[in-house]
Design a protein around this ligand. Structure first.
Ligand SMILES: Nc1ncnc2c1ncn2[C@@H]1O[C@H](COP(=O)(O)OP(=O)(O)OP(=O)(O)O)[C@@H](O)[C@H]1O
Ligand SMILES: [Mg+2]
Length: 272
């Protein structure tokens, strides 16, 4: 493993200002009965065009971290900036994909995607063009009018992804978006995710429990400790942005990073 980022697109050259800046973030949840330290002194900068994956044991604060960046929950201490501005409330200029696809059961694929446009008051024609482009990009052509219950889990997840990308957010936050899928569908979603990331230039932060997913997708892999969540290590395998699935999994840079990640996550499960 080298310290290089492996970026092969010049627009993603190093030296650009961070798009997300987290400095000494601590998040405590306090109730009358107890206090939980979910995140403890977490610092992380994400540059435009990066794909950062976050892996860590259950309850270490991964969802909380994404929610703080999205402005859905506040920091107890520390400084969090998005596009250079402090995050003080819910952020509109991002896409957020949740673990469950949360589609409206009575709306077809295209209308579920266009919900994003309605909530934002986007220009209807532009939104429709964009929805059709994303439908084609994610292989949903022919299913525009299908209802969620007529779709497979992977297709539902793709609809949710289109909705999160409709307004062309520069930043996409994803919280275990493929966790509910079977292994093969998940692989296919990973391949599509890599392609969409390359084709759209979106900056992505994705939380996952899966070692292969974290290494296959991430240009940088952030590993967290059990609660209170801290960053224990950051891996940069140096794989190229364009990744054929099979050859990548056999690449020594992939296997070395996957082994290291497994060790780190395994160590965090070891008895005290
Ligand atoms: N709104 C809340 N009120 C109180 N405690 C909370 C709240 N949200 C999260 N927590 C606590 O913060 C800790 C971190 O939770 P979080 O959901 O961020 O973990 P996670 O790493 O996403 O876990 P998982 O991998 O299981 O999804 C947990 O102990 C959780 O109980
Ligand atoms: Mg979570």
């Amino acid at each position: 493993m080298t310290a290089t980022t492996g970026h092969d697109i010049p627009a993603r050259a190093a030296g650009t200002e961070p798009i997300i800046e987290i400095a000494h973030l601590t998040r405590r949840f306090t109730s009358r009965r107890s206090e939980t330290v979910a995140l403890d002194d977490v610092s992380l900068s994400v540059r435009p065009g990066e794909f950062v994956t976050i892996a860590g044991p259950s309850g270490c604060g991964k969802s909380t971290l994404l929610k703080v960046v999205a402005g859905l929950t506040r920091a107890t201490e520390g400084d969090v900036r998005l596009y250079g501005k402090p995050v003080t409330g819910p952020q509109r200029e991002i896409g957020f994909a949740f673990q469950r696809s949360a589609l409206l059961e009575w709306r077809g694929v295209r209308k579920n995607i266009l919900l994003q446009a309605e909530m934002r008051g986007m220009d209807r024609r532009r939104a429709e063009e964009r929805a059709d482009h994303l439908i084609a990009l994610t292989g949903l052509t022919g299913f525009e009018r299908a209802l969620p219950h007529e779709l497979s889990g992977g297709m539902q997840q793709r609809v949710a992804l289109c909705r999160a990308l409709l307004h062309e957010p520069r930043v996409l936050l994803m919280d275990e978006p493929f966790g509910a899928l079977d292994a093969l569908t998940r692989e296919q979603m990973n391949i599509e995710m890599n392609r969409i990331w390359r084709e759209t230039g979106t900056t992505v932060v994705l939380v996952t429990h899966s070692v292969p997913e974290a290494v296959y997708l991430g240009s940088r892999i952030v590993v967290m400790s059990p609660r209170p969540g801290r960053i224990v290590e950051t891996l940069e395998p140096g794989l190229p942005d364009r990744r054929e699935y099979g050859p990548t999994l056999a690449d020594p840079r992939f296997t070395a990073a996957a082994e290291r990640l497994r060790d780190l996550l395994g160590a965090s499960h070891a008895p005290e």
